[in-house]
Design a protein around this ligand. Structure first.
Ligand SMILES: Cc1cc2nc3c(=O)[nH]c(=O)nc-3n(C[C@H](O)[C@H](O)[C@H](O)COP(=O)(O)OP(=O)(O)OC[C@H]3O[C@@H](n4cnc5c(N)ncnc54)[C@H](O)[C@@H]3O)c2cc1C
Length: 359
């Protein structure tokens, strides 16, 4: 065992995830600072164990067999604020990776710092936000992240990676693609607008704020109530929230593939006259199609059940644990949906959450 750090054995992971699914970690440690992180890594290295970095557990599915290695839960706390030299209108806010994301957003809104307000109500920790470039309601963290402080597991050095080097794209970054599992995020610095106006880019929000300019607090509150109505709110109770949020990414396809989807939809008579396949043109090329539409038109309605797993009653994109679901049941449901959507529309849906402990 290590000097100061407590390393536990056979710790159940399900309660540490929003899915509430999965087995145990063979070893588990919670680290509050960099020296504890270092101790944990030394332990894993000495025992020849794989590691898994756990944040708020809101974007993972743990296997029924659990994880045969060391799970390191990030619990480093602290927020600091700095002015930007020569810029009166913005501030640099650095949050350590273990800060609760939604509490951090609430703090920014209360301090009249604009740039994260539409990301209210998302579960998880600050350190998880650069991993898939968290986004919602017309805002993504890539718009405000100026740097990510990491521990590089290749050479064990602490480094600052500029936002422009993070390879941010829709639900992706170097952290979940080219440099997957290479870095532990220690802290994230966001550049926020002092006294700035909230972003109103999303149709639901444009509707709510048709007649007046909202404050940041009004925007936060509108986003939270829309999220709650879909069972997508941080710390919301009930089986509809036992999920990893949206299980699938919205597919981005080339124009000719989109035309093929339109053709298939017309043949299936699912889009219908006057109601074309919903889509958004993506800057730089490509067409984004709502995965929820593809799933619904493939015959899966909200509340669809398969064993103890099922679609949320409030949101088609959320695969949920209806009570006692196994990871296998969730994956069985996923497989059925992926295969049916591909068969009907020729699009293969890609999942968002990371899978832990599956060989
Ligand atoms: C109800 C609900 C609603 C959601 N809504 C949205 C949404 O609107 N938009 C959106 O983008 N996402 C959404 N999500 C997904 C999820 O909340 C976010 O992706 C969140 O940022 C994940 O953070 P986490 O701390 O929970 O990460 P975890 O689930 O613990 O981990 C996810 C991945 O990130 C890695 N990771 C986490 N922390 C670190 C770290 N410090 N260093 C290195 N790697 C790390 C893990 O190893 C894992 O691979 C939702 C989830 C739920 C349950």
């Amino acid at each position: 065992m290590t000097a100061g750090l407590k390393i536990k054995e056979q710790v159940s992971l399900a309660p540490m995830t929003t899915f509430r699914v999965g087995g145990s970690a063979r070893y588990f440690a919670e680290v509050e600072n960099e020296s504890e992180l270092s101790e944990a890594l030394d332990f894993a290295e000495a025992q020849g164990l794989p590691i898994f970095i756990l944040g708020g557990g809101s974007n993972i599915l743990v296997s029924d067999a659990g994880f045969n290695g060391l799970v390191i839960r990030i619990a480093m706390k602290g927020i600091s604020l700095m002015d930007v030299p020569g810029r009166e209108d913005t501030a640099l806010v650095t949050a350590r990776a273990g800060e609760d994301w939604d509490e951090f957003v609430e703090w920014c809104v209360a301090n009249e710092l604009a740039g994260l307000e539409c990301l209210s109500g998302i579960p998880g920790l600050v350190g998880g936000t650069p991993i898939q470039n968290v986004g919602a309601y017309g805002q993504e963290v890539s718009e405000t992240i100026v740097s990510v402080r990491v521990l590089d597991l290749e050479d064990r050095l602490v480094k600052d990676i500029a936002g422009s080097e993070c390879g941010f794209a829709y639900r992706s970054s170097i952290f979940n693609t080219t440099a997957k599992d290479r870095y532990v995020v220690l802290a994230v610095t966001y550049e926020l607008r002092k006294g700035g106006k909230p972003a109103i880019a999303y149709p639901d929000l444009i509707r709510v704020f048709r007649d007046f300019d909202p404050s940041l607090a009004e925007m936060r509150s509108a986003v939270c109530s829309i999220r709650a109505s879909k069972g997508m709110m941080a710390k919301q109770g009930g089986a509809d929230s036992h999920s990893a949020g949206s299980f699938f990414k919205n597919p981005v396809v080339a124009r000719d593939e989109f035309e093929e989807i339109e053709r298939r939809a017309a043949l299936l008579a699912v889009a219908g006259e006057g109601s074309p396949v919903p889509h958004f043109d993506v800057p730089g090329g490509g067409v984004k199609i709502p995965a929820a539409w593809l799933i619904e038109k493939s015959g899966f309605a909200k509340g669809y059940l398969k064993g103890n797993a099922g679609l949320s009653n409030l949101h088609t994109l959320a695969l949920t644990n209806r009570g006692g679901a196994s990871a296998d049941e969730v994956l069985c449901l996923k497989k059925e949906i992926v295969e049916r959507v591909e068969e009907l529309f020729g699009v293969r849906l890609v999942q968002e959450p990371a899978l832990i402990g599956f060989d």
